[in-house]
Design a protein around this ligand. Sequence first.
Ligand code: ADP
Length: 517
Amino acid sequence: MSKLSYKELEKELIALKKIHIEASKNQEYEIFFDNMAEMVEVIELIYNKNDQPIDFYIRDINLSFAKFLGKPKEQLINKKGSSVIGKIEADWLSSVASVDKTGKQISFKNYSTEFDKYYYVTSWRVSKNRVGISFTDISKNDNYEIDKQKFNETVLDNIPADIAVFDINHNYLYVNPKGIRNVETRKWMIGKSDFDYCDLKNIDKSLAQGRRDVFNKVIQNKEQTDWLDKYHRDGKDFYIMRKFYPVFIDDIFHYVIGYGVDVSELKEAQHELNQLNKTLKESLEREKELNQLKTKFVSTASHEFRTPLSAINFAAGYIKRYGDKITPSVIKKKLHKIEDQVLHMTQLLDDMLIVGQAEAGKMRNNPVSINLGNFIYDIIEEVASSSKESHEIELIDIENLKSGGIFIDEKLGRNIFVNLLSNALKFSQEAKKVVVELSSEEKYTVISITDFGIGIPKSEFKSIFIPFNRGKNVDLIQGTGLGLSIVKEAVKSIKGKIIIKSSLGNGTTFIVKILNT
Ligand code: ADP
């Protein structure tokens, strides 16, 4: 068959068919009709009550169509379509019915999955209820090839990704509209390189060089390479995942396909997931630490309680057993011992409650503005009276800060300084003086407490803040090992800082920095 355009083909066919129908009695045309390469049939549509087409009768069919259906013409003519073809597609039937109804001829391309062939289908009205249909196999037609190319281009142009094809020299052979939006630039780009593009747009050539390096690598290694490009536009980060994919035909390098897809949402989701994972890990870690602490807490606490309880038990038993034989002063001494131990246990319980709260993150920080002088004098007074005025507590305030204010949660503040000051007195029993000093830094009010006592070994600067940990040099000085862990949590809650300066046998300074606002 000579190569005809669709239009020509269509015209010719219709003319032929019309002639055939009009002169169907004409032997000459009957021969012609049967020998046509195209498959032609005339059908009579069958409608239901609602005027919907449901089937058809084959009223005439040419030889090539009959051959295609694998039956002699006589066995097909006047047969119902459904009995010959099997399933008749409703779409197809309604298209043909529209030709019957409107008298308007239609032509369309149709792909038959059953035969893997493309057909050019033309349908026209012959008479009432009768419609002629021709099928021209265009699977091998050049026009169809052009269509295929068009189809490929349309697909590439509309793919939601940047697509570019490069020749062996890394010059553009194709770039789709997603890759370069501007039509003119896109056309201009063909045969050019990324360096030309950088020149055109007046952008740094490092972008082009980076791509060139990847390109060379892809050709050298004969395998695809992926990378991630990050852009910043309109205050947002964008991530494009890019690929260079080499195409070899019969082992000869042909071109490289460049592919880029926006993975910003994916990146964001990944980031969120990582963040979530981190938080989860942290809370798991914290949970683990808390559990370990609880175990340590229970065992240490029961041990800490056992000592005072057995002391109380011993003192009470002593009085019970020897009450009538001992002097009132000995009884008084024993009762004092009991009182001391009860006090110690109460302190232990209080401290444990606070540590428990801190560990559970329940230490609330509600800072208020208070007078620094009042705050610090109250604490000094309380500690001095409970230590029975064992030391002179000197307040140094060169900058006269005590008349000013401090912004702190009162309860947390008291927890910090009562503990530090009590420790200063407790661990400097040989000394007579403890110094409290007020000073200021740019963002902080600084309160330091200095004693001239036993000091803290440098190796223990960290461990003494862990609940129940006590220094190796405390000997018989009583304590629970909870005070500094309370101080640490309270300082953390008020977003302050704590620093230790100490030298063994000479004394210790605890420096606490409190944010001004
Ligand atoms: P406690 O005072 O009940 O032992 P703390 O938690 O308050 O518990 O202190 C922990 C440890 O830190 C103490 O046992 C001691 O070894 C050391 N420490 C704290 N303050 C001082 C200080 N002013 N001088 C020397 N050592 C101190």
